[in-house]
Write a protein that binds this ligand. Structure first.
Ligand SMILES: NC(=O)c1ccc[n+]([C@@H]2O[C@H](COP(=O)([O-])OP(=O)(O)OC[C@H]3O[C@@H](n4cnc5c(N)ncnc54)[C@H](OP(=O)(O)O)[C@@H]3O)[C@@H](O)[C@H]2O)c1
Length: 345
């Protein structure tokens, strides 16, 4: 009897061992093919569908004239959300609106083109009033407008640092402060802000950009806890890794009005449509922080969260390569995948 108990317990322990090994292998495979954090991927699989939760909602998108904001407009229109489209270039917003109308059942009145400069904070109160007058309410604000940076700290003028903080941080805070009283008075709403992986970690050539996104993370993480008496209001931060868009083309450089010389190839980045679908899943499920990136970038978020010492090591190795490639005239984003060349011009 003792013998059969020993055999049985051995079987059970080896079963647990094999089960654990299989579980670990499955999780490892899931991680290798993941393009977002596990909470967001679970929400995509088992959570609310954006089609059910966002249809009919009034969504204000800043930076809607290009890239992620433009794609947000298309996907939200397709699922029946009503839209307020903002950015500086009115003609581009009108183009986005026309495309939305062509590919959805929305009517003309369901999309408001509201040109807006995030830097012109004095105008934000009136812009918000116009949006509220048109729709009567705002259910979701997506703070998406912003610009990145491609320049070394030692070469970058203070005017550039000022402009980055004014645009990415203060412009976003300003719009949020206009919309928030409306949401608190209704007791409901979502404020989602497109931060970045560099809102969580640092990256060379982006000292000011990373600082502005860290500032947003700090602001919205604090605001979230300040609003605990308003359980109907969700504060979400979205932290994408590299995504296909016009972001490099529009980046700040060493001097305020100097354009990027080499925007590089965006092919290796996450498709905009996939990033946006994940953002909408996050909104539909009230996810507080979304990590959206393909590998190997996703690994980076987890290292920063759980193994910072290793993360510092990896950041320094990759960062060094990024700077070397930048100095050689290559686009910094594609630099991880390319060999340094001699400077082109
Ligand atoms: N693409 C990526 O790899 C990536 C990764 C992480 C985070 N993000 C973030 O995603 C957001 C969207 O960027 P994107 O990648 O879609 O880049 P994008 O294609 O360059 O789009 C940027 C948008 O911001 C608007 N914008 C710029 N300056 C503005 C101003 N002063 N006032 C109002 N709107 C302004 C632009 O419109 P106008 O020029 O018409 O004003 C444009 O619609 C940004 O916050 C960016 O930091 C992007």
């Amino acid at each position: 009897m003792y013998l059969s108990f020993a055999v049985l317990s051995m079987d059970i322990s080896s079963l647990i061992l094999v089960g654990s090994a299989v579980y670990l292998i499955v999780q490892l495979l899931r991680f290798i093919f993941a393009d977002a954090d596990f909470t967001l991927l679970w929400a995509a699989k088992l959570g609310n569908k954006p089609e059910d939760k966002l249809r009919g909602q009034v969504v204000w998108i800043t930076g809607a004239s290009s890239g992620i904001g433009e794609e947000l407009a298309y996907q939200l229109a397709a699922l029946g959300a009503r839209l307020i489209l903002s950015a500086r270039r009115q003609n581009e917003l009108e183009r986005v609106k026309r495309t939305c109308l062509e590919h959805s059942t929305l009517q003309e009145k369901d999309i408001l083109v509201l040109p807006l400069d995030l830097l012109d904070r004095a105008s934000h109160e009136a812009k918000t009033a116009t949006a509220l007058q048109h729709f009567g309410n705002i259910d979701v604000l997506i703070n998406n407008g912003g610009r990145t940076q491609r320049s070394l700290c030692l070469d970058t003028s203070m005017e550039v640092y000022q402009a980055i903080m004014d645009l990415n941080f203060l412009g976003t805070v300003s719009i949020t402060k206009q919309v928030l009283p409306h949401m608190t008075s209704r007791g409901t709403g979502i404020v989602a802000t497109v931060s970045s992986v560099v809102g969580l970690a640092g990256a060379p050539l982006a000292t000011g950009y990373s600082a502005s996104k860290h500032a947003l993370q700090g602001f919205f993480n604090s605001l979230r806890t300040e609003l605990t008496d308003y359980p109907g209001i969700t504060i979400s931060t979205v932290c994408p890794g590299p995504v296909q868009s016009q972001i490099v083309h529009n980046a700040f450089t060493e001097e305020l009005h100097k354009a990027v010389s080499n925007a590089g190839d965006q092919e290796h980045k996450m498709p905009t449509a996939r990033c946006v679908r994940l953002i909408l899943v996050g909104l539909a499920n009230h996810v507080k922080e979304m990590w959206i990136a393909q590998q190997p970038f996703l690994l980076f978020y987890y290292l920063w969260q759980y193994m910072p010492t290793l993360a510092w090591y990896a950041t320094n190795v990759l960062g060094r390569k990024r700077v070397q490639n930048f100095k050689a005239g290559l686009d910094a984003d594609s630099a991880y995948f390319s060999k340094p060349k001699t400077k082109t011009s």
